[in-house]
Design a protein around this ligand. Structure first.
Ligand code: NOJ
Length: 550
């Protein structure tokens, strides 16, 4: 059984990682060409977002055929070579299983639309006249969550885009189909799975209007979700593999259950509460400065409760659905390097399995698109129009997208300072910011003090130190609230991690003695610290980790 506590996962968004055939779109051969680079980070697993056959309306999260590869990304032989190439380098490939919904171009849905009862039962169809959807639920990409099919005189449920129809997990035949897909990929040598929005798979028995929300309270962590997961895991024999469930608007109690080894569901949960602290009244499309107190409290509660009740978390800042963290909770200008390193330190020394999203290790920033024509993401484009309809000016709507769009995290990987950042020889499918000229792999690889080399050091520290893998965690809720401090403790050893989440010098409410500790890692040169034998304040975005025995 693998020891997940030692591991770090590297996430790849294939469309934006590396283009090997010059069509402006990243592909699997491109990933293969960069395996040495990924290995140089110390990554143990590579999670690739979906590259299966798909109309790419939601960039692969709309799967048309789970057993075939989208020709835009390559072939089955390419995927087999990727699995083998990763394995040769001591890494495992994790595939992204999108099992809450399929594309409406999937064979099953086409047959459902043709009126075949067997396949209609694969999805969630409800009767109703054309003017009255079964419930008032909203799709997560904006607009109603139901679509009317005149030929059937029925509505189907789509919690995401209209081309992503929700599967009916209550139907045992559907569950069997999905298990077969897992078995298919397992037999190819895949080493783990990420399950997309897996806490949404169990819908309620009765569909009712939500008069206080968008419907999510009825289907998130739904009535049979734990039963379905246990069955999927047991029947496919994946309990000893790395499995991570993406959890949408979940609860701590449910995550404890999803990830407690005794439950035999998943090895860890990936949730987003900490990435909503800058949503005004919980609304992603209303800007607000991050609420750092809330951020710190959320980490403190989730980390300590997960430890107390034996759950396990993915710990991360970035993925393909999130803006870049250095532009969000850091400072992508004056303190770009310091803040990117501080944010990394905070995550990588926590209890959990750290995930690095491509380009995060370079300190890649938000893309800075200034016109709606530069966006490609279905959610961003839908919301742009919704914002205009709600009365926002064009400038304001674009400012919101500039901070919130998922495309911020989807700009091409910055490999070098050459044209298109070395991502492709031709114009990429989506633009990249000018800063690729200095924020890129080639430049950071040769700079000892780079963000890239700092990430490498953090990944290595986890491998070396049991205290990072297994230590108990204790948050020190110091004043002021921009100081995020925690201790890891293991058999007479202690690791103290201090982080300043602000661009100011911040005095600590009480000096922290450190003479008996040694500095494990810091984003500032500690030799320059002339404050004697105690830390009395932290410099802008300063981060220090001290390790010692007591
Ligand atoms: C979560 C994925 O991360 C996101 O990119 C996708 O749009 C939705 N699930 C729907 O599959």
């Amino acid at each position: 059984m693998i020891d997940l506590k030692k591991c770090t996962v590297y996430q790849i968004y294939p469309k934006s990682f590396c283009d090997s055939n010059g069509d402006g779109i990243g592909d699997i051969r491109g990933i293969i060409g960069k395996l040495d680079y990924i290995q140089s980070l110390g990554a143990d697993y590579i999670w690739c977002t979906p590259f299966f056959t798909s109309p790419l309306r939601d960039n692969g999260y709309d799967v048309e055929d789970y057993r075939n590869i989208n020709p835009v990304f390559g072939t089955m032989e390419d995927v087999e070579a990727l699995i083998a190439g990763a394995e040769e380098r001591g890494m495992g490939l994790m595939l992204d299983m999108v099992f809450n919904h399929t594309s409406t171009r999937h064979e099953w849905f086409k047959r459902a639309l043709a009126g075949e009862q067997k396949y209609m039962d694969y999805y969630i169809f409800r009767d109703g006249g054309p003017d009255k959807p079964p419930t008032n639920w909203q799709s997560k990409f904006g607009g109603p969550a139901w679509e009317y099919v005149p030929s059937l005189q029925k509505w189907y449920l789509h919690l995401f885009d209209v081309t992503q129809a929700d599967l009916n997990w209550n139907n045992p035949e559907v569950r069997q189909e999905l298990k077969n897909i897992v078995l298919f990929w397992k037999s190819k040598g895949v080493k783990g799975f990420r399950f997309d929005v897996v806490n949404l798979i169990s819908k309620p028995d009765v569909f009712e209007d939500d008069n206080i929300g968008d419907g999510k309270r009825f289907y998130s962590d739904g009535p049979r979700v734990h039963e379905f997961l246990k069955e999927l895991v047991a029947d496919t024999g994946i309990e000893d593999m790395i499995t991570v469930g993406e959890m949408s608007s979940t609860s701590l109690a449910n995550c404890l259950k999803y990830s407690n080894p005794k439950e035999k569901e998943l090895s860890m949960c990936f949730n987003f509460h900490h990435l909503k602290v800058d949503y005004k009244d919980g609304n992603k499309w209303e800007l607000m400065k991050p609420d750092y107190r809330r951020l710190r409290d959320l980490f403190a509660v989730w980390q300590t409760e997960m430890e107390r009740k034996n759950g396990w978390m993915a710990v991360f800042w970035c993925n393909h659905d999130q803006p870049r963290i250095v532009s969000r909770f850091g400072d992508d200008k004056k303190y770009w390097k310091e803040s990117a390193k501080m944010l990394a330190t905070f995550i990588h020394l926590l209890r959990g399995t750290p995930y690095i999203y491509q380009g995060e290790e370079l300190g890649m920033t938000n893309a800075g698109y200034s016109s709606i024509d530069e966006y490609r993401d279905v959610e961003s484009i839908n919301y742009y129009h919704i914002l205009l309809k709600k009365g926002k000016t064009r400038e304001r709507a674009l400012e919101i997208l500039r901070q919130r769009s998922r495309d911020n995290g989807r700009s091409p990987m910055q490999w070098n300072s050459g044209r298109y950042g070395g991502f492709s020889v031709t114009e990429p499918w989506i633009g990249l910011p000018d800063n690729y000229k200095w924020i890129n792999v080639a430049a950071e690889d040769r700079d000892e003090d780079s963000i890239l080399n700092y990430y490498r050091a953090l990944v290595e520290l986890r491998k070396q130190h049991k205290i990072i893998q297994e230590g108990r965690i204790e948050f020190l809720l110091l004043k002021p609230e921009e100081i995020f401090a925690y201790k890891r403790v293991l058999y007479g050893q202690e690791l103290l991690v201090l982080n300043n989440f602000s661009g100011k010098n911040v005095p600590l409410c009480k000096p922290i003695p450190y003479s008996e500790h040694s500095c494990l890692i810091s984003n500032y040169n500690q030799a320059e610290n002339n404050q004697g034998r105690a830390i009395k304040s932290l410099r802008p975005y300063e981060s220090i980790a001290f390790y010692g025995k007591y």
